[in-house]
Design a protein around this ligand. Sequence first.
Ligand code: HEM
Length: 416
Amino acid sequence: MKQDEKKSEILDKKKVSSQLSLSGWLDQRAPFLSFLKKEYIEFPMPKNLNIWWAFGAALCIILLLMCITGIFLSLTYVPTAQEAFLSIETIERRVPSGWMIRAIHIAGSNLFLFFMYLHLFRGLYYGSYKSPRELVWLSGLIIMMMIMITAFAGYVLPWGQMSYWAANVVMQALSSIPWVGKSLSYWLMGGTIPNTITLHRLFVLHFVVAFAILVIVGLHIIFFHVVKSNNPEGVEPCKEEEVLPFYPYFVCKDGVVIVFAIFLLVVLAFFFPNLLTNSENYISANPLETPTTIAPEWYFLPFYGILQVVPSKFGGVLLAMGSVCVLFLVPWLDRSPIKSCKYRPLHRVSLFLLIMSYITLGVVGKIHDQPLLIWLGRFALFYYYFHFLIVMPFSLRFDLQRSLPKSLLDAVRSKP
Ligand code: HEM
């Protein structure tokens, strides 16, 4: 009886003290602080995470930077065919620090796509798409598609020669879709060639999708927090000794990569601002003069490569779209119970060949006037699909299965 009285006394005291402090008062009404504590301070992360797990955090920071610089650029940018190019010149030469904001936006977009490819590759290598993380994977792919749309729309906005002709190539590719293609591209472009209406629509698309990405990233992180993190061994942690709290361990670890990312961004933006831009885009769009070579940004080159190696235009469009769509099926195509490629030697080799195929297609996207390269590109395209449609579903039968460590602690301890 006495013990019960003591307990209720302690509870009452706690209640009163939490009501007295402002944070306690606020937390009882809007539990943001306890949410932050649970999800970002105490959140358990596997002990053995390596550097590949830090790119998600770096992507979040670059995304914010892109949105902020984008808002500043849009204050001066004018989305009409007559004024777009001049307004970019105004940003570069007249707006105070305009050149810097634009340089950060351009370098940021390149770094963002580079980190996104690394983040995606990490997922493929360590099997982070497998149960129970399917929704994290699928939401990531939706973000990737939205980023591609945003990047394409953004590239057209300066209305230089490359911007104009890139829009032209994409709309022509769309118009190759049987029956509906021509009307679809006319409807999207607001005419038969890229014009002010197209530019206006792409500007709105660029702006709206960029902010929608923020929402889907929020969902992506919620899904991630529900199922918690995978790790390089692909063995789920089940003991308390196998995890560490997010703060301070992973805040510091992610912090190092974020600082490195910002350093890279500063070097690119301030020392090599022209490395990532095409000189052709410093010439205002001219519908009467086709540039000698039309090539997209490096991150779209593999898709452009697919368009080059497939003889039929529509076939190329289908296979290029399919190369992204097939990623959505990955959680169900891969039937192996082993997640990490560390324990799947044949699958690891196949994944390496897949990356090589993707890079080969990128090279073909850049240089496509040599028959030998075109054939190499066709072989690479074949292997790309072969990996997903044949190797993944059947690797369970052929892979040299290695035994998995019994627990995460065993795996971490057995390391030299
Ligand atoms: C704007 C783009 C993106 C942002 C900001 C982002 C952010 C994050 C963050 C913060 C995490 C947790 C930390 C980490 O594992 O790195 C994460 C995990 C994850 N992301 Fe993304 N992500 C993005 C795009 C993608 C894409 C394109 C994919 C590919 C489909 C993807 C798939 C995953 C997966 C599977 C995980 C779980 C990793 C694990 O538990 O092993 N994400 N993401």
